[in-house]
Design a protein around this ligand. Structure first.
Ligand code: LLP
Length: 427
């Protein structure tokens, strides 16, 4: 018997009482590779990408996967092979894109704190564009480019001062955020960029936040960015591309973000109406491409009933699932093989020595020690934010493609973690 797919997880469903991704029973993968274990669906990633591709059909658009969401090589390879570019925020991310076979010319380099050495390496690799976030950064980038005999392609990230109505930690386009150049200083900043000998102005960029589920902030931000395009171009500085971002949300718990193609139909209508419909477009989606393509499998270690709370202690923790601890984020937690018995309400917690190490609060579950659970929506900002706190090794990762399941990362050992450490010679 096949029950309907899980909300938000298009390729994950119960078959014969067992949770599967495509044809793969997840319990078998957990037994084979151990837990905690991340399992990703390639088809779900490509479906999510297809929604953007449909939205941009017939347009001049480049999708640059924001790899901070999940930077594992096997995941990057999926997007590189599908023709995506990459949005990177560090020299380490540049190395990963190149190692995964990505095209350097399709890389955009974002972030408020690029170092000279990162700039130099990106220029030598021949990346497509630097999204510059401050006037001070423009000066340094020009110097670095000149020292290499190059002109760096730049786009200036403008801060549209729009409220994306998301968690304050992941809102990026408000005046009080550290990101981008203030709306009022945009023209001056472009004039400075155009005057610097080591720079070549190629575009404009804006990003308002992440996990956005409402269309209005996008439409408002687009209006403000297009006003700036008009102002900058009227001053004689042509902008070849418009990079427009704001991370589209995913369904964690009944969230209802617009579909990528529906959102872009509205944004493209606005671009058309204002005469910019044929401009080269760039977008930097992360979460919406991978978030609901992944789950984290975990085993129930102990049940601990209490007077005030019952705890379900699992072998995954804030190390690999940091979002509840950091943002009080909600991830669904479901059994791999549901039991027919009565449920009990538990706080689902990990083994780390912190009260903040919780994965779900007040969850009704019918479980016994040894049962396997899946933490859903774990494809984005989980493994890429994983830590070794408590000297816990980071989990293994498996990529499912039809009936093939490939280990794309081995489980990290304590030896791996200690490899670069040295004892002090006391003699
Ligand atoms: N481009 C820029 C310049 C960004 O700052 C971000 C996200 C993205 C692209 C990708 O946004 P997405 O499509 O993934 O929403 N760790 C947080 C999310 C931080 C997002 C930061 N910037 C979380 O787990 O919710």
């Amino acid at each position: 018997m096949t029950t309907p797919m899980l909300p938000g997880h298009p390729h994950t469903a119960y078959r014969g009482g067992e949770l599967c991704i495509a044809t793969q029973p997840l319990a078998a993968l957990a037994r084979q590779h151990g837990t905690p274990l991340f399992v990703y669906s390639k088809a779900a990633m490509l479906d999510a990408l297809a929604a953007y591709q449909r939205g941009f059909a017939g347009r001049n658009a480049q999708i640059c996967y924001a790899m901070k969401a999940n930077s594992s090589l096997g995941v990057l390879q999926v997007f590189a092979e599908a023709g995506c570019g990459f949005d990177i925020v560090s020299g380490g991310e540049l190395d990963r894109v190149l190692a995964a076979g990505g095209d350097a010319r399709k890389i955009i380099f974002s972030g408020v704190g690029k170092t000279r050495s990162e700039m130099g390496r990106a220029l030598q690799a021949g990346i497509g564009c630097f999204n510059v976030e401050s006037e001070a950064e423009l000066e340094v980038l020009s110097e670095v480019a000149l020292s290499l005999g190059q002109r760096a392609p730049v786009s200036i990230r403008v801060n549209p001062n729009v409220d994306p109505k998301t968690h304050p930690y992941i809102s990026t386009g408000l005046k009080g955020n550290k990101f981008g150049v203030a709306h009022e200083r945009t023209l001056q900043t472009y004039q400075r960029a155009a005057a610097l000998p080591g720079l070549k102005v190629v575009g404009i960029d804006c990003h308002i936040g992440s996990q956005i589920t409402d269309t209005t902030p996008y439409l408002d931000a687009m209006d403000r960015v297009l006003d700036l395009v008009a102002t900058v171009e009227a001053a004689g500085i042509p902008l070849h591309h418009i990079d427009f971002g704001g991370g589209l949300g995913i369904d964690y718990n009944g969230d209802t973000p617009p579909a990528a193609d529906a959102l872009w139909a509205q944004l493209l209508a606005k671009l058309d109406a204002r005469g910019y419909g044929q401009r080269q477009l760039m977008i930097e989606p992360g979460r919406s491409l991978v978030g609901n393509a992944g789950v984290c499998l975990t085993e129930v270690l102990y049940l601990k009933p209490g007077e005030q709370k019952n705890f379900c202690i699992i072998d995954a923790a804030m190390n690999e699932l940091p979002r509840p601890a950091m943002y009080e984020a909600f991830h669904q937690i479901v059994p791999l093989a549901p039991r027919d018995t009565a449920t009990t309400v538990y706080d689902v917690v990990g083994p780390v020595c912190e009260s903040g190490d919780w994965l779900g609060r007040d969850r009704a579950l019918a479980v016994q020690p040894g049962d396997l659970l899946a933490v859903l929506s774990a494809g984005a900002y989980c493994m890429s934010m994983a830590s070794n706190y408590n000297t816990r090794g980071r989990p293994a990762e498996v990529l499912v493609d039809g009936d093939q399941a490939t280990v794309i990362r081995e489980r990290e050992t304590a030896q791996d973690q200690m490899r670069h450490e040295r004892l002090v010679n006391t003699r």
